[in-house]
Design a binder for this molecule. Structure first.
Ligand code: HEC
Ligand code: HEC
Ligand code: HEC
Ligand code: HEC
Ligand code: HEC
Length: 199
């Protein structure tokens, strides 16, 4: 029995090791399609969709810039999710008869913070800062939303936010490699070394 175990270890260990490595790089896109129900039926399509176009169900769109609510995207690590006060800038006056706005106002009146369900997440050992990405991806004169599409899809057309990309290591490294190989960006020093993204 003894030698058999050694044989199993000898041939089995490298196979397990390769499987583990493959898992890490191409972790299954289990989170693609994750679109949890939120405490308030806030809709990105109505608020941030292009002005002049209608949502899929025929509602007016208001073209609010992503940065009006996600204020951190060019300045900090976190994009941030807006506070109730940001919503109330408009909803003190607008949409009072709509059920979702009624729920919002109820939270506001009771001074209860809205606990939005988090959708996109990287593990604690991964460093992901928004600001350097957005500054780089946002070309002069473009609307903010064009810089979000690579990682979040076109949120401005979503009724409910849904994760569109795996955000696994292969996804991150591929784009870094593309940039590193791009002549125009060579001098930028986009890095693929481990400690760029890992603490
Ligand atoms: C009026 C405020 C407002 C505007 C404008 C806005 N958002 Fe949001 N965003 C929110 C709120 C509130 C949430 C949390 C609830 C949710 O997920 O729908 C959120 C959530 C998100 C999330 C998911 C965060 C997570 O938990 O992973 C992404 C991604 C996002 N927004 C991107 C965008 C993009 C891109 C734009 C511009 C096209 C935009 N948002 C415009 C208010 C806003
Ligand atoms: C810049 C102005 C503005 C801000 C800021 C804003 N909204 Fe709105 N919101 C609107 C307008 C305009 C409508 C459409 C009203 C209508 O159809 O009569 C709307 C509609 C809504 C609706 C109803 C959607 C439906 O199903 O028809 C909800 C719910 C809502 N907003 C929640 C929020 C929340 C939560 C925030 C903060 C994260 C927020 N809004 C921030 C302008 C704003
Ligand atoms: C290069 C990829 C990438 C781009 C581009 C990007 N994001 Fe993100 N975003 C992420 C990742 C990864 C997370 C999860 C971060 C974490 O877990 O710390 C995230 C999280 C978020 C969150 C959740 C709250 C937070 O602050 O972490 C919001 C909101 C958000 N992004 C909005 C945006 C908006 C708006 C844009 C465009 C201006 C944008 N993102 C562009 C990758 C990206
Ligand atoms: C769409 C392409 C793209 C994707 C996808 C992408 N990155 Fe980047 N990343 C860049 C570029 C371009 C830079 C260089 C920014 C600059 O000019 O400093 C960068 C820089 C970084 C930096 C260094 C920031 C600093 O402090 O200077 C980190 C850390 C990073 N990325 C982590 C990640 C992680 C983690 C992911 C996956 C969740 C990811 N990136 C996905 C393009 C991308
Ligand atoms: C461009 C950013 C980036 C670079 C560079 C990078 N990683 Fe990662 N790595 C990630 C992300 C993002 C994850 C999380 C994947 C997920 O959630 O599926 C990850 C996950 C991992 C894990 C899995 C841990 C777990 O939770 O299962 C290991 C191990 C790892 N990386 C090692 C490395 C090594 C070794 C290198 C250098 C050869 C490296 N990484 C370079 C972004 C990066």
């Amino acid at each position: 029995m003894g030698p058999k175990i050694f044989k199993a270890l000898k041939y089995g260990t490298p196979v397990l090791f390769l499987l583990a490595a493959a898992w890490i790089i191409w972790a299954p896109p289990a989170r693609i399609g994750y679109a949890p129900v939120q405490p308030i039926d806030y809709r990105h399509d109505i608020h941030a969709g292009a002005i002049g176009q209608k949502t899929f169900d025929g509602k007016e769109q208001y073209g609010i810039d992503c940065q009006y609510c996600h204020t951190g995207v060019t300045t900090s690590k976190k994009a941030g999710v807006p506070s109730m006060n940001t919503c109330m800038n408009c909803h003190i006056l607008v949409g009072s008869s709509l059920p979702g706005v009624k729920t919002l106002k109820k939270f506001y009146a009771e001074k209860k913070a809205v606990e939005w369900v988090r959708i996109h997440n990287v593990p604690d050992h991964v460093r992901f800062p928004h600001a350097p990405h957005i500054k780089q991806l946002l070309k002069e004169g473009q609307p903010t939303k064009t810089a979000c599409i690579a990682c979040h899809g076109d949120v401005s057309s979503m009724k409910v936010v849904e994760q569109k990309e795996s955000l696994n290591m292969g996804f991150c490294v591929n784009c870094h490699r593309d940039y590193r190989n791009d002549v125009e960006y060579k001098k930028h020093g986009v890095s693929t070394t481990c400690n760029t993204c890992h603490y």
